[in-house]
Design a protein around this ligand. Structure first.
Ligand SMILES: Cc1cc2nc3c(=O)[nH]c(=O)nc-3n(C[C@H](O)[C@H](O)[C@H](O)COP(=O)(O)OP(=O)(O)OC[C@H]3O[C@@H](n4cnc5c(N)ncnc54)[C@H](O)[C@@H]3O)c2cc1C
Ligand code: FES
Length: 261
């Protein structure tokens, strides 16, 4: 898929809570968006920060083709992401897009129970995935986990596209515990699981999927630099050997990974 590099205008950049901001950007000069697959990501240039030379990879949270907008859900963890949260409406931002592969969208004729499990900011790519699945006639179920209810954001958006189940570690919202302990998982009746979040969470989801023989795709967030397969800093071991997550992923079927599940 062709990669683009362009300036975008920030049309919204709002703090959702203490550690997340929602950034909406619009293509400059009324440019038209290419097809972007759920699960793909972008690389954002962060200007004017000491020691931040590399672009920061961020998942596509949502694509609004009607308005030529891209939505990004950003967790503020370090210099780059904190700087991004400071950008103001009207500021310009340079983005390489779209990068990586996407989640598998089943044929619309197949009746499937699709479970989308997100942990922390790993919920980011699941909104656009859920929207795409709903458009194809599926009824996705989101299972979203966070440390506390205040860490979960965009819930009203998720509810537009499917049922939303929640777990929090402190029990302040939804069921108390980790996503993988949610009561809905007891019966193992999903047909396909998509997941994104911290690696231990994804390993646990993958183990669950294997136990119940459910097809499962994970979106990896390995550290990245170039984003285009040149620097090899995002390598993951797969059944085909070492693979660049930025070009061959970030989405992998669990059967392709060599995790000790
Ligand atoms: C394909 C992909 C999609 C991503 N999507 C999103 C997204 O939608 N929203 C979002 O908020 N973040 C996302 N990330 C993670 C995001 O890229 C990093 O959090 C960001 O680069 C950190 O930059 P920084 O300058 O703020 O932090 P740094 O100063 O570089 O690092 C601060 C801390 O964050 C840790 N860190 C840095 N990069 C990562 C990473 N990739 N994974 C885990 N920990 C990291 C560092 O080890 C350090 O402890 C994604 C990463 C990848 C690879
Ligand atoms: S980030 Fe450079 S090869 Fe993947």
């Amino acid at each position: 898929m062709k990669k683009n590099i362009a300036d975008w205008t920030i049309i919204e950049n709002s703090l959702q809570n203490n550690n997340h901001c929602l950034m909406k950007v619009k293509l400059e000069n009324n440019g038209t968006l290419p097809t972007i697959l759920p699960g793909q990501f972008v690389q954002i240039k962060v200007d004017n920060v000491e020691d931040v030379f590399l672009r920061r990879p961020i998942s596509v949270h949502f694509v609004d083709y009607k308005n030529n907008e891209l939505w990004l859900l950003i967790q503020l963890v370090g210099k780059g992401t904190n700087k991004l949260a400071e950008y103001k409406v009207g500021d310009k931002i340079n983005i390489v897009y779209p990068l990586g592969n996407g989640f598998t969208i089943p044929e619309s004729s197949e009746p499937k129970k699709l479970l989308l499990i997100g942990g922390g900011v790993g919920i980011a790519p699941l909104l656009y995935l859920g929207a795409t699945l709903k458009e194809k006639g599926f009824k996705p179920v989101f299972l979203l986990g966070a440390r506390s209810g205040k860490d979960l954001t965009q819930l009203e958006e998720f509810k537009k596209y499917g049922e939303v189940l929640i777990t929090t570690e402190d029990g302040s919202l939804g069921e108390k515990g980790f996503v993988t302990n949610h009561s809905s998982l007891l019966c193992g009746d999903a047909d396909f699981i998509y997941t994104c979040g911290p690696k231990p969470m994804m390993v646990s989801v993958a183990r669950y999927a294997k136990e119940y023989n459910i097809d499962c795709e994970v979106s990896l967030e390995n550290h990245m630099a170039c984003g285009i397969g040149a620097c090899l800093c995002c390598v993951e071991k797969t059944t085909k050997g070492n693979t660049c997550v930025c070009t061959e992923g970030p989405v992998f079927n669990i059967n392709k990974l060599t995790w000790q599940i």
